[in-house]
Ligand binder design. Structure first.
Ligand code: ADP
Ligand code: 5GP
Length: 185
């Protein structure tokens, strides 16, 4: 079977990546979403093994030493990584694979999978990004500050990506993402 295609979705925290991805998967169940590992504490409602594999720093670093991650990065004080084996298995089986990861990880994947497709999600404005992070109600004031600071760096890198998507109206953004990924014509 032909190898599947690898798509990366990146964008500042709070822009709506998780929301868009959930909608995309509901419409296109053949897409396989990678579950990342993180040292961040679970948020309310997050399920281990489903939202993330929640590891302590020692467990995470062991997996790094064993080359168990396809890519990994530190983001806002926590470590995040994509488990390598599962992604490689899914691609080998011909399934479309989706990674929802931050900028440094996207850059690593770009080097190892140059044929992959990378989308950057932008907010309609920085003020709206801040409003969305706050409205989610899951992060401390300190975490929000770190995420907004990092957002400036991420937004400046948008042009590196194969496609840019503005998540203003959610339905329109989803349709644009489907078109960019070649899921609808
Ligand atoms: P991310 O995964 O990028 O950190 P989330 O998917 O958690 O972001 O979304 C952050 C907040 O913004 C959530 O409260 C979500 O409901 C809201 N949101 C997402 N997309 C939109 C949109 N197009 N318009 C308004 N609010 C949105
Ligand atoms: P959150 O803590 O809000 O769930 O995620 C913070 C950031 O980490 C988001 O930009 C998210 O896309 C990114 N992220 C999630 N999993 C991974 C991963 O496996 N690798 C990398 N590099 N970033 C990730």
């Amino acid at each position: 079977m032909a190898p599947g295609r690898l798509t990366v979705i990146t964008g500042p925290s709070g822009v709506g990546k998780g929301t868009l991805v959930a909608r995309l998967l509901a419409k296109h169940p053949s897409i396989w979403l990678s579950v990342s590992a993180t040292t961040r504490a679970p948020r309310q409602g997050e399920l281990p093994g489903q939202s993330y594999f929640f590891l302590n720093r020692e467990q995470f670093e062991l997996q790094v030493a064993e080359a168990g991650f396809l890519e990994w990065a530190e983001f806002a004080g926590n470590l995040y990584g994509t488990p390598r084996n599962a992604v490689e298995e899914q691609l080998a089986a011909g399934r479309p694979v989706l990674l929802e990861i931050e900028l440094e990880g996207a850059r690593q994947v770009r080097r190892s999978f140059p044929a992959g497709f990378q989308v950057f999600v932008r907010p309609p404005s920085f003020a709206e990004l801040e409003r969305r992070i706050r409205s989610r109600g899951t992060d401390s004031e300190e975490a929000i500050g770190r995420r907004l600071q990092r957002a400036q760096v991420e937004l400046a890198a948008a042009e590196e990506f194969d496609a840019i998507l503005v998540n203003d109206d959610l339905d329109q953004a989803l349709a644009a993402l489907e078109a960019q990924m070649g899921l609808i014509s």
